[in-house]
Ligand binder design. Sequence first.
Ligand SMILES: [Zn+2]
Length: 445
Amino acid sequence: MPEAPPFNPSGSSEERITAHWALCPTPTGVEVRQGVRCVVDPYTSLIMACQAKGQEAWADIDLSRGTTLLTPGLINTHTHLELFRTAPIERHPDQTFADWLLAVIDYKRGSTMVDAISACHHSMVELITSGTTCVNDISSEGASLVALEQIGLRGTVSPESIILGDLSDVGGPTAEQQCQQAIERWLSLQESWDKHPLLRLGVSPHSPYNMTPAVWEQLVTHTTPALVHTHLAETRDELTYFKTGSASLSELDEKILGKRFAPPQVGVSPVVAYEAQWGSHTNVVAAHGVFLDEADIGILAQHDVAMAHCPQSNQWLSGIEAVMPYHKLKAAGLRVGLGTDSSLSCPRLDLRTEARLAQTLHGLGLEETLQLCTVNGAAVLGQAELLGQLREGYKADLVLWWHPSADPATLSDPLALWLDPDTIAVMVWVDGRLILDRCDTLWSQ
Ligand SMILES: [Zn+2]
């Protein structure tokens, strides 16, 4: 287990934060400011000002060496906090995706609410120490809501539903009964968590291969989620299931539920088979989106579906060829953010690692890597007016980064320094509250 970072349990509102440089992402680029003083209103937790003061502001910085950078907190658009493991679950070349899912089901078997909350804490240690302040999470029973509140991280949490159809002939409930149960569970979570200042409730039909269109529709219609969060076109097995009507996924159904299911339409992609569902809510967020063709991308764009790009997880599950058609999705006008997925398929829940891989895979410039982790992630969550920017009126979700040896006076590219693996998050604020402070530990070394 990783060592717990020195969280500041009592928290304290900081009104003024000074850094050598600030990196201010916007939808069109990144403005780099020298010697910034960021002022936060402690009552509203909003940024009041974030002005460049040049080297005059550096006099305020109590630091003997290195360079500090201020950015908005990073936004992770696809997590499963409740699934934590110190090393991901291997998928060997001769194993199917269903075999891997079976190992995930085994991992979850017997897990109590306390285990799930503890797993969330471990996930959050990795996330917060690498600068994440907001997650878009999928939860089984709501444990991540409890854990997020305990630590004070911002998030949208979507209770997950897997409803393949009628199970009454194998001694289980009908699809209608399963759906009713999922709606009731959602409504009871809403009763407890509605109007929480940092948390929102979404809904998660896990994926088209384990949710019928009728149930999807019912689930979204009878709840009032902030967004709909699903998995889409993640593996070749999923595509084969839709194209042929049978694949390892239907064998998995038989193993787990005692019955095989088929997709609603055989011979078409999941995007085409679920076309009506992409418009079922104003904000549908689909994670992965690897195996998509031109027609699929056109349909997703037409419904303004947002995409959570998880480069590390995609490669872990499907090999290095499994790459989201990022530039085609962007050219079609889709919103794309970065996500880690869970630690069962991602070695480290660190968005900058995802950003570096995305940079290599798609040839991105440095500005775009920071936009993907901040302003573009906020757009995916439908919170572009509130999160992801260092700007007056935006929520004070902030990260102070530190590079131990860079000289601020001779630094030529602060953006490159932000992505440098030697740069670390030393202070993290969510909603104006300090939730990580390791300055004393690190700066005294
Ligand atoms: Zn996932």
